[in-house]
Design a protein around this ligand. Structure first.
Ligand code: HXC
Length: 512
């Protein structure tokens, strides 16, 4: 065969992965192949493959006779919306996408290129885990990937989509990356599968109930996003990438923006009459951010805090907001973890932070204390303290107790702190405060209820407002809700060239 034809034949062979039967089986499960996923992800015609001729080196169990070009993973680079992106896509049609020594080498080569060239890395995971025929060599391959994931953390964005099985130690590569997206009903992640669970703990559980998309997006918080199908998953990856710069040295992406009337009258009607009534903080976010730009992260997990990306005057920002519509917006273990991770991500990649605060404090109780709300609440505190990106807070209503300090207060490095006239900045709510500090007077009063009410009013008049904090400069300005968007656009523009130098250190010791 002529050399030229030999190349073309090998190319065709590589395109087929595990062969037509295996491709049909993949489609029958409602799944796309590794190459189809790349086709939908990358800009048309932009994908360039690396390592299509790689083969495994194993010779145990007759493996020398079972070689497939590419060895179960398609790797390469191309563009997404015009921006350079590296991608690996595991091919389930080849030994169930299992990870061999050479499969791992291909991924590592790609990661090294992504790091040297400062561009995002996307992993499309669909794999039976370690290539069982290869034993420890495969485990070594995983560890090589974990190591690179860690070195790349905070340097380039790393996104993981789970589009099939992801079990055993294999879950730890996605877990180190910045975001995990799972496809509903066709993907799962667990350290040990249902059979091992049954043997060890006698629990009977399905793969879906143990580690499906709904479990990890709502209960464990392992997954940040879910998608109804693979096409939607790919669209979500593209959207997510649009808010994030290429690497930690770049400024955030920016869309064209034309100055207009930035007054948002609707904001004036969102806070209810009574301080105990809930409202949806997303309404505030939607009004303040550029139209339809809010992209929520971790939507179904720890719903008492809302986090996500948005654009303000065309530029990406990260939003952290207490959610009064869920558990009154209280801070607890999960919400602290969720927000801390988001704050740290934004800080890694120069994405300015906007905080909406309406928080009654930390959630009391043995469950919280015994599961370390102290350590976990400290994560959020630490993450804010350490963040050097532009940081602005808007207090819409309650800012009580320790939560006032934690939620991006001036004292821990926020640049601009605004309060609406409805803000109540105090150690605690007026009733609780009156019960403690006027206990004796109330006990001695003839009508105790009446006495409590009077003292509650007295404390409320003094502290249930933003002016005591503004008097001290803890609040930079008290603003009307409808002015918020304009004030924020101006303040973020003013902070665009902010520079903060933290004390020299190897790295901090965040309370993990
Ligand atoms: C080699 C594998 C494989 C593996 C699947 N295959 N997993 N080959 N190593 N890990 C092969 C199967 O033999 C089969 O080959 C083909 O892939 C498709 O697999 P099926 O079982 O037919 O598919 P399905 O019914 O969809 O089930 C998929 C599956 C199952 C749930 C992933 O294959 C499975 O349980 N595999 C083993 C998972 C596992 O225990 N992996 C090791 C985890 S420990 P043929 O030729 O028949 O088509 C681990 C440690 C990592 O990963 C540690 C890192 C620190």
């Amino acid at each position: 065969m002529k050399k030229r034809e030999q190349l073309l034949k090998l190319r065709d062979e590589a395109q087929l992965g595990g062969g037509l039967d295996k491709i049909a089986a993949q489609h029958k499960k409602g799944k796309l192949t590794a190459r189809e996923r790349i086709h939908f992800l990358m800009d048309e015609g932009s994908f360039e493959e690396i390592g299509a001729f790689v083969q495994h080196r194993s010779s145990d169990f007759g493996m020398e006779k079972l070689k497939v070009l590419g060895d179960g993973v398609v790797t390469g680079y191309g563009t997404i919306n015009g921006r350079l992106t590296y991608v690996f896509s595991q091919d389930f049609t080849v030994f169930g996408g299992s990870l061999s020594e050479t499969h791992a080498e291909k991924i590592c080569k790609l990661m090294d290129l992504a790091m040297k060239n400062g561009a995002p890395l996307i992993g499309l995971n669909d794999s039976g885990g370690a290539r069982i025929q290869e034993g420890v060599v495969s485990l070594g391959g995983y560890a090589d990937i974990f190591y690179r994931n860690t070195l790349a953390s905070g340097v380039i964005p790393q996104l993981s989509a789970i589009m099939g099985p992801c079990a055993g130690g294999a879950v730890y590569s996605p877990a180190i990356t910045d975001y995990i997206l799972m496809v509903e009903n066709s993907s799962y992640m667990f350290v040990t599968g249902p059979n091992v669970v049954k043997t060890v703990t006698h629990e009977e559980v399905s793969s879906e109930d143990l580690g499906g998309a709904s479990v990890h997006s709502a209960k464990s918080g392992v997954a940040h996003f879910t998608a109804a199908n693979e096409i939607e998953a790919i669209q979500q990856l593209k959207k997510l990438l649009s808010y994030i710069p290429q690497n930690c040295e770049e400024k955030v992406p920016s869309l064209p923006y034309t100055k207009a009337d930035e007054t948002r009258k609707k904001l004036a009607d969102i806070i209810p009459e009574s301080a105990n009534q809930p409202y949806d903080i997303r309404e505030v976010i939607e009004e303040v951010a550029d139209e339809n730009s809010f992209h929520e992260v971790h939507k179904n997990f720890a719903e008492n805090i809302v986090v996500g990306f948005a654009r303000l005057a065309g530029k990406s920002i990260g939003i952290v907001a207490n959610q009064p519509a869920f558990l009154a917006g209280v801070l607890d273990i999960h919400s602290s973890q969720k927000a801390a991770r988001f704050v740290r991500f934004c800080d890694c990649f120069n994405i300015p932070l906007l905080v909406f605060e309406d928080v009654p404090g930390f959630l009391p109780g043995t469950d919280q204390e015994w599961n370390a709300i102290i350590t976990n609440g400290a994560k959020l505190l630490y993450a804010f303290c350490e963040a050097t990106v532009p940081r602005i807070t808007v207090i819409t209503r309650k800012a009580y107790g320790g939560a006032y300090d934690v939620m991006n207060s001036k004292h821990i490095g926020a640049d601009m702190n605004f309060a609406w006239p409805t803000a109540e900045i105090a150690v605690m709510g007026a009733k609780g405060a009156a019960e403690i500090i006027f206990k004796r007077q109330i006990d001695q009063a003839e009508d105790k209820a009446e006495a409590l009410k009077a003292k509650e009013l007295e404390y409320g008049n003094l502290f249930a407002n933003p002016y005591r904090a503004a008097e001290r400069g803890f609040i930079d300005d008290v603003i009307l809700p409808e002015e918020t968007r304009e004030k924020l656009i101006k303040a973020f523009a003013m902070l665009e060239n902010k520079v903060v130098n933290l004390p020299r250190k190897k790295h901090g010791n965040i309370p993990l």
